[in-house]
Design a protein around this ligand. Structure first.
Ligand code: ADP
Ligand code: MG
Length: 249
């Protein structure tokens, strides 16, 4: 549900025992994850463990073979995928902005097509979101003229403009130069503090420790261990998680 101020009522998200195979490659083998209303889950784990695939099943870029995805206890698997993708925003490692369009147009496009807003209203919403990510002055720039960090902030503004109930981030800072990472993480932390329900796949253990309500460790297509950051980082139980943390911390 949306309000005039552009905030949405927080929802809970539950991924239940999701299975998915690409041919013989069983990528998800019963992955489960729970995020409370307005909560933030950080998903960590080695490359190839199924983190991106899990995110993609949540907004139905991929249909799971088995299992369910629930928003506020209601399955989204029967929903129209386009309608669902307005409720669940996603931000990728490689920004995915349209290079031939201005920053403003990158944001208004979906508002006009999906929300059926008129040009002026779409521009108004887009400018408000650009201000939120600190880019009010760059509406008329092309993506190529922005830094990677600024481009990622535009991608976040574009997702937020649709007033999603859930935001998914797939290694949103992995392609950025180190000095640009902090600004993007800062916006994500603000969003989390503002009560957005989020799932964040990240290698930024500092962010996971400080911002997450739940940290979920994925390996081999399942969430092997999940808990509060302090439990995961200070008292990991599973040997596989201990080995992973010894390598990344
Ligand atoms: P992670 O994000 O944790 O690195 P992914 O979810 O991207 O892992 O990938 C997990 C496995 O699924 C990998 O073995 C990858 O090759 C495979 N995979 C991912 N997407 C596809 C696809 N569209 N078609 C076939 N295999 C895929
Ligand atoms: Mg990935």
């Amino acid at each position: 549900m949306s309000t005039a101020t552009g905030t949405t009522t927080p929802v809970s998200l539950s991924v239940r025992d999701v299975h998915l195979a690409f041919g013989a490659n069983r990528v998800l083998r019963g992955a489960s994850l729970d995020v409370g209303r307005g909560g933030t889950a950080c998903v960590i784990g080695p490359s190839g463990s199924g983190k991106s695939t899990l995110l993609r099943t949540i907004n139905r870029l991929i249909e799971p073979d088995r299992g369910d995805v629930l928003l506020d206890g209601r399955s989204v698997l029967g929903d129209d995928p386009d309608a669902l993708r307005q409720r669940i925003g996603m931000v990728f490692q490689q920004f995915n902005l349209f290079p031939h369009m201005t920053v403003l147009r990158n944001i208004t496009l979906a508002l006009r097509r999906l929300k059926r807003l008129g040009e002026d209203e779409a521009a108004q919403v887009a400018r408000a979101q650009l201000e939120r990510v600190g880019l009010a002055g760059r509406a008329d720039a092309r993506p190529a003229h922005l830094s990677g960090g600024q481009q990622q902030r535009v991608a976040i503004a574009r997702a937020l403009a649709l007033q999603p109930q859930v935001m998914l981030f797939d290694e949103a800072t992995s392609a950025l130069d180190p000095e640009l990472v902090k600004g993007v993480l800062g916006i994500m932390a603000e969003l989390s503090a503002g009560g957005m329900t989020m799932v964040v796949v990240t290698h930024e253990m500092g962010f996971a420790r400080e911002v997450a309500d739940t940290v979920a460790f994925m390996d081999g297509g399942v969430v092997l261990e999940a808990g509060e950051p302090a439990a995961i980082f200070e008292r990991p139980e599973h040997p596989r998680l201990r080995r992973f943390l010894a390598q990344v911390l």
